[in-house]
Write a protein that binds this ligand. Sequence first.
Ligand SMILES: [Zn+2]
Length: 364
Amino acid sequence: MAPPNEGNVEVKISFKTLTPLWTGGADGQMNRICESGLLGSMRWWYEAIVRALGGKACDPSGDKKCLYDATKHKKSTISDERQALRRAGLCDVCQLFGATGWRRRFQLQVVEDETRAIWQGNTLLNIRPGGRNRGWYLPPGRLGTFSLRLRASPYHLTQVLALLRFIAQYGSLGAKPQLGYGVVEILNNEEVKQHTTSFSWKNLLPENTGQAQTPEKQEDLPNLKDMGFFCYRFEPEHPSWWVRLSGLERVVHNVQPFARQTVPIAPLLKNTWRFGHWQRHWGRDRDFWGLVETERQRGKVTVSWAYRTDEAWEIRGSAWLCGLKDEKAVWAMFQNADIWANTVGIEGDLITTPREQWKKILDI
Ligand SMILES: [Zn+2]
């Protein structure tokens, strides 16, 4: 099945942030949503999906990233365009997201940006649960609504929209997902769905892309097959449900202005799991959780701030369970609803999707 050569179409997809969005910016400030920050996260999730499906995804940060060979592509007699591009040096991800010599197959522009910084200036909010000397430092992300104007061929546009729908359901947009940023809701979901009805992630399975072999599994690169997902849903009786939680009581005045929408609870959960339950024989905690002080080294657990939906409050995230000595025990910790209830201070429902069910996540 070759991508048909069609003209470009334009679609607008509108979002509401559920937890702050952070795309970085100059001097630790973020004066607007930066497209490159969104694209980085989109590519990350697309890579994880492609690898799970058995497709080829290079590591864009490594030295083996794709290089497009235009001459080879021009000379190619292969009728399947995806195959031809692969022979010309492009993995399945670079075919859509671009590589040196090959432009990205879709245009993305932030429009109607109605987001605001959750606090002014570039001060970091220090969340320090009991027992921690320094704790976690949170930058001032943005809350509100915004839209993305996407332009691409119908073939590519469908993939991008399906990816954004996946991100809205399970992933996150922008940077600092480990600190709980970037959970979004699609406001015109019904309309967007119309554009993706013909799409299935199955289309990207090797047998449907004419790919001869499944590439070797790359242990150290994100792969949906290695990820377990969780969502904790609870209904607080009082709007101040969070003010006495250890780590938040010191920052009540900072959090209060946006606390009806979202509460930075991610550090509290990480603190409980890492320092209250982690067993040394499960693996090196630093590799799994990242460096607690700076978060510069990317950890493998993503957990959102608590955010309010129409019916209840939710906290969601995922754990990338690879390179561990006892994956089962680690996953059992995330599945333990008592830990959630004790940390949040409210009993709720915990919904988990183990990594074995990754196909369910992709609806295939
Ligand atoms: Zn590539």
